[in-house]
Design a protein around this ligand. Structure first.
Ligand SMILES: Cc1ncc(COP(=O)(O)O)c(C=O)c1O
Length: 389
């Protein structure tokens, strides 16, 4: 019988977003927030500009790419890009989990632009080589958070492309190498990976994306929060901190805090290394544990942020989907009740299982302490099944 572990994770926050705050975070990190001040005041604008500048520095965004702070988190940034850029070319959308599927719905049912859809079940990537990245516009997620499946690299994207690539990178930026040369639009939010407060989206545009914005007038109406051009020219102010509408200066301060922390620990390389080391704790445990398996089939696609796991125990699987779901739920509830892991259930539309966040704000020691609890919680579920039999 698996015995009850003695040690506990110091921080039990393994949620896939909002993610754990950076190590050592306390509300004192927000003491300098420009609260009660206008975001258009010199102080407010300077903070917004600093958030853009530090984003560029930490993520090593090319100097000729624009970075803007936009409304409505990552969803706002992706939809802003889709609504303002798509139309002139055939659009291909790749989706392998819930979030990518939202962009399929947007293209198909809202924009009605008859996209070519490359959709696969949870756990496997579509055949990316089937996408005509040379001629068409492409919308895809770099890391499918609900499946724990990432694209391994940008090699499948044509360097001499005529279309644009629109990449939802919210659970990849700050954790996985981004192939900037292959990406024309990159979006992400503050609460993911860096553990900032949720509010705003980040919209990164290549010069080619800007050229499209300035030369193309969408066939559909654009609400004010999506408008990036005026009189056919890019509104440059948006990309230096003159936001379209009012941002939360509290959230801005928190984002600045976590970006400064990133700088202190060694920048992007350190963030990548932390996520890799964290994810390897889970992947190594999965490799030696027969009752659990990775949802992502191909190891080249294994995420180092939201690692998604499914039950692989033959006895449990033999009892059918409802029992598998009950066992997964039971593990999640036990871990939560014990206060050793919070929010580790699979995404609501994903196959039943666990999802454990491994991004850079999580401490490796906490994941190491969690692993014995996972075995223990599963043993409790097996005992319940044996009793019921
Ligand atoms: C890949 C992906 N896209 C989009 C979203 C939605 O992000 P937001 O809530 O920041 O709009 C998420 C959130 O988990 C995500 O993981």
């Amino acid at each position: 019988m698996t015995s009850r572990p003695a040690a506990r994770p110091r921080v039990p926050n393994f949620s896939s977003g909002p993610c754990a705050k950076r190590p050592g975070w306390t509300p004192a990190a927000l003491a300098d927030a420009a609260l009660g001040r206008s975001h258009r005041s010199p102080l407010g604008k300077a903070k917004l500009k600093q958030a853009i500048d530090l984003t560029r520095e930490v993520l090593r965004v090319p100097a000729d790419y624009r970075i803007g702070i936009v409304p409505a988190s990552d969803t706002g940034a992706v939809e802003m890009a889709m609504w303002t850029l798509l139309g002139p070319k055939t659009v291909e959308v790749a989706a392998w989990e819930a979030f990518g599927s939202e962009w399929v719905t947007d293209a198909l049912k809202q924009l009605k632009i008859s996209p070519r859809i490359h959709q696969t079940p949870y756990g496997v990537l579509p055949d990316l080589s089937a996408i005509d990245t040379k001629h068409n516009d492409v919308v895809f997620t770099w890391n499918g958070t609900a499946a724990g499946v990432k694209v391994p690299n940008g090699d499948w994207i044509a360097a001499d492309r005529e279309g644009l690539t629109i990449c939802d990178a919210t659970s990849a930026a700050f954790a996985q190498p981004m192939d900037w040369d292959k990406l024309d639009v990159v979006t992400f939010s503050w609460q993911k990976v860096m553990g900032g407060e949720a509010a705003h989206g980040m919209l990164v545009l290549s010069p080619r994306a800007v050229a499209r914005l300035e030369s193309h007038v969408p066939a559909w109406p654009l609400p004010k929060v999506f408008r990036l051009t005026k009189g056919g020219k890019l509104i440059e102010g948006i990309f230096s901190g003159d936001t379209i509408n009012t941002p939360s200066m509290l959230a801005v301060e928190d984002y600045l805090d976590t970006l400064r922390w990133a700088g202190q620990i060694g920048g992007l390389d350190a963030l990548h290394a932390r996520a890799d080391a964290n994810a390897s704790v889970i992947h190594d445990w999965v490799a030696r544990t027969p009752w659990i398996a990775n949802l992502a089939v191909d190891p080249a696609t294994w995420s180092n942020t939201g690692v998604c796991l499914v039950i692989a125990d033959a006895d449990v699987l033999a009892k059918g989907d409802a029992v598998v779901a009950r066992v997964a739920k039971g593990i999640v509830e036990t871990l939560e009740r014990e206060g050793v892991a919070l929010d580790v259930g699979a995404y609501r539309d994903a196959p039943a299982g666990l999802r454990i966040w491994c991004g850079g704000t999580v401490e490796r020691a906490d994941l190491e302490a969690l692993v014995p609890w996972l075995d223990w919680a599963f043993a409790q579920e097996k005992a319940k099944l044996a009793q019921a039999a």
